[in-house]
Design a protein around this ligand. Structure first.
Ligand code: FES
Ligand SMILES: [Fe+2]
Length: 354
């Protein structure tokens, strides 16, 4: 039976635009598909192609942006492609008509892209561009300067699976312990009761009950967002994460950190300082826990293993349970690696992940 949820008919942010390289193509992997990001000289926006030259499959990410044409040149035999992927030049062509008459047959595969909210978005299927055009991006309502928010962005590749990443971000109660001293304080940890406000195939919304009014939204497959209000004030801080499936045992987090106060501090504090003093430390704080957790969970014999293996007696784990149930129900507890020709051993070797 086919899973109900289609991971390929979705928008994913690949990176903050400010972190992309203008001068040369870059490779990136999404759902096991190797892609190339590049910016044509004539275009305002970046493009994303399958990282495979149609000639003889050399990776286009090893190519270059041609100085004269501004197009993407394959490094193997010099074929060139414009922003839609059409072939514009074959140095070996005996006559120019060979290219002009066949350019659609000789093209690189271009995926639908958008640039919004400072991020580069890609639709993970080149064949359904019409559906892409009709599907809204999973944007955050907090990334909006017109209602007084400022934000910074972040991206990092992670050595654990998308499943583990979503489970971790859906779990606020680990923060004072796994991120003690960076975010939170273990001596101040207390119960975090969570209630599920709504749960549909396309959206799970949860709220924590306590002094801070917090809503947590999971819009599958990638947007997992916190909005935290402080008492009766208008002050609000957010954590917007996009959890990107890369390949078995690897994921990428694209995050944005909005708030509607302390805006001068936001202007003064350099982004790199934010990254080294806090963001990277948060990610490093639970990396070793998550990698080992993932390995142990794979070793359990039952299916779905989390349900019988985990012990989840408190409502702090309520959203983890809701997300895992969603994943079992609509995705049969699996990412679609088989659709991109990747077979996953039942237990991945932990050492290979390191
Ligand atoms: S493989 Fe790209 S030009 Fe030959
Ligand atoms: Fe964490």
């Amino acid at each position: 039976m086919e899973p109900e949820f289609n991971f390929f008919q979705q928008w994913y942010p690949l990176s903050p635009v400010e972190d992309l390289v203008l001068e040369q193509p870059t490779s990136v992997t999404l759902l096991g598909l190797r892609l190339v990001i590049w910016k044509p000289k004539s275009s305002q926006t970046f493009r994303v192609f399958l990282d495979q030259c149609p000639h003889r499959f050399a990776p286009l990410s090893e190519g270059r942006i041609d100085d004269k044409t501004g197009n993407l040149m394959c490094s193997y035999h010099g074929w060139q492609f414009e922003q839609q992927g059409l072939c514009t030049h074959i140095p070996q062509a005996e006559n120019p008509e060979l290219v002009s008459k066949n350019k659609e047959n000789l093209c690189a595969v271009a995926l639908p892209v958008r640039q919004e909210q400072d991020l580069l978005w890609v639709w993970a299927n080149a064949k359904s561009s019409e559906q892409a055009a009709n599907t809204p991006l999973p944007l955050s309502p907090q990334i909006d300067a017109t209602i007084g928010f400022v934000w910074s962005s972040y991206v990092r590749d992670l050595e654990y699976d998308w499943q583990t990443l979503v489970e971790n971000v859906a779990d606020p109660s680990h923060v004072p312990f796994a991120h003690h001293g960076v975010q939170g304080d273990r001596s101040k940890a207390r119960p975090i009761p969570i209630k599920i406000v709504q749960s549909t195939p396309n959206l799970i919304e949860a709220a924590t009950v306590g002094s801070f009014e917090t809503t947590i939204t999971f819009e599958p497959p990638c947007r997992l967002e916190y909005a935290i209000k402080f008492g009766n004030s208008e002050k609000q801080v957010g954590l917007v994460t996009y959890c990107i499936p890369v390949s078995p045992g690897k994921s990428r987090i694209v995050a944005q950190f909005p708030r509607n106060f302390a805006k001068t501090l936001h202007r003064l504090r350099p982004r790199w300082w934010d990254h080294i003093s806090e963001r990277n430390q948060v990610i490093d704080g639970d990396m070793v826990l998550l990698q080992q957790q993932e390995y142990f969970l794979q070793q359990t014999q039952s299916t779905p293993s989390w349900k019988t293996s985990y012990r989840l007696p408190t409502s702090a784990d309520r959203l983890v349970i809701e997300y895992r149930n969603w994943f079992d129900k609509y995705c049969q507890g699996q990412l679609p690696w088989n659709q991109v020709g990747i077979s996953v051993p039942e237990i991945r070797n932990l050492n290979n992940n390191r």
